[in-house]
Write a protein that binds this ligand. Structure first.
Ligand code: SAM
Ligand code: SF4
Length: 338
């Protein structure tokens, strides 16, 4: 019914990870992601939880093993723990995780953990409210810190193991240099995994330029000068985009996701489903595959599977940010799901 074999593209990459966006709405307005004034998708254009779970079930039959919920801000959509429960129950799924800005985590951490959520990525670029506000264009640092504390109490653990909490920080030249060492010290103290992500051309206002990219290498140099030596770790999961280091003094790990200066397209195992039901084979894809039309048009599971296979088959070798032919996608990050 769903064709044979894993989701292998024409370059041999097998896809096992699906990012599912549940909303394009958000309670922040990060400069690198979203415009200040936004018109969100009408509710009826978003997939229902039942529709998402149905697409996910087909994807898992085709070899998807890990799902990460994202947005927009996923926790602004009502009853996300209910969706987590439905996804965790799919036979063959290894892990359901969530990426959040943490603002609503204090209220929802217990329900998410009880629903079976395995991991939490919390985005936090600064520990200073003024810089937080410059980047996010809203206040909220205390709420994020309260959310992290609640997540720990709910059983999401610091450290490297299962149920780990990870902090993701975007690096932007001229804006975040001063935040890097305090974030690292905070994460060492709290034993959170910390990952720095290079600024990608997915902002809504079209302001991205390569000069604003503070590279992972530069961040690492700032960390070594401000905190201490880092030792590279052997590469782990090949689908994992981060290059991980360990503090030489045993203070935990720091990872670097460098999509601009060190693209990892050759080992990408990721597919995406937008909140309005479009499959994408790359963050920078300029084509989408309309699974909502299949689901609502009575296409059946075989139709969903065929569409996902077509999406995978069309995947390009690389995003090509550095090439003259690079074309920015029409959607910004909040409309895709990071
Ligand atoms: N709202 C949630 C959050 O912020 O964690 C989930 C969605 S957000 C789009 C997912 C991740 O994408 C966040 O860690 C965010 O920092 C990152 N992100 C957004 N725009 C980006 C950009 N232009 N370049 C690099 N990372 C970006
Ligand atoms: Fe919202 Fe996350 Fe985008 Fe910031 S990065 S505007 S929190 S979706």
């Amino acid at each position: 019914m769903t064709g044979a074999g894993p989701l292998r593209d024409s370059f041999g990459r097998v896809h096992t990870d699906l990012r599912i966006s549940v909303t394009d709405r958000c309670n922040l307005r990060c400069t690198y992601c979203m415009p200040l004034e936004v018109t969100f998708k009408p509710r009826e254009e978003l997939l229902s939880f039942e529709e998402i779970a149905r697409v996910a079930r087909v994807a898992v039959r085709l070899g998807i093993r890990t799902i990460r919920l994202t947005g927009g801000e996923p926790l602004v959509r009502r009853d996300v723990p209910e969706l987590v429960k439905q996804l965790v129950a799919i036979h063959g799924i290894d892990e359901v995780a969530l990426t959040t800005n943490g603002l609503l985590l204090a209220d929802q951490a217990v329900a998410l953990r009880q629903a079976g959520l395995a991991r939490l990525n919390v985005s936090l670029d600064s520990l200073h409210e003024d810089v937080f506000e410059t980047l996010a264009r809203r206040r909220g640092l205390d709420q994020v810190l309260a959310g992290l504390a609640a997540a720990k109490r709910a059983g999401f653990e610091p450290g490297q193991g299962a149920a780990a909490i990870r902090i993701n920080a975007v690096s932007m030249r001229g804006l975040t240099e001063s935040e890097i060492v305090p974030l690292a010290e905070f994460c060492r103290r709290e034993q959170f995994q910390l990952r720095f992500i290079e600024f990608m051309p997915l902002d809504a206002e079209g302001g991205w330029s390569k000069t604003q990219v503070l590279s992972g290498r530069e961040v690492r140099e700032l960390l070594e000068r401000g905190v201490g030596p880092l030792v590279p770790l052997a590469a782990g999961d090949p689908g994992q985009p981060a290059i991980d280091y360990e503090w030489a003094d045993g203070g935990g790990r720091v990872g670097f996701i460098d999509p601009v200066t060190q693209p990892f397209c050759d080992r990408c195992d990721r597919l995406r489903l937008t909140a309005d039901g479009q499959f994408r084979n790359c963050l920078f894809s300029t084509t989408e595959w309309d699974v909502r039309a299949v689901v609502r048009g009575g296409g059946g599971d075989a139709g969903i599977a065929a569409l996902l296979r077509a999406c995978v088959a069309a995947k390009k070798a690389a995003h090509g940010i550095d090439t003259p032919a690079f074309e920015r996608p029409a959607r910004a990050m909040y409309q895709i799901g990071g």
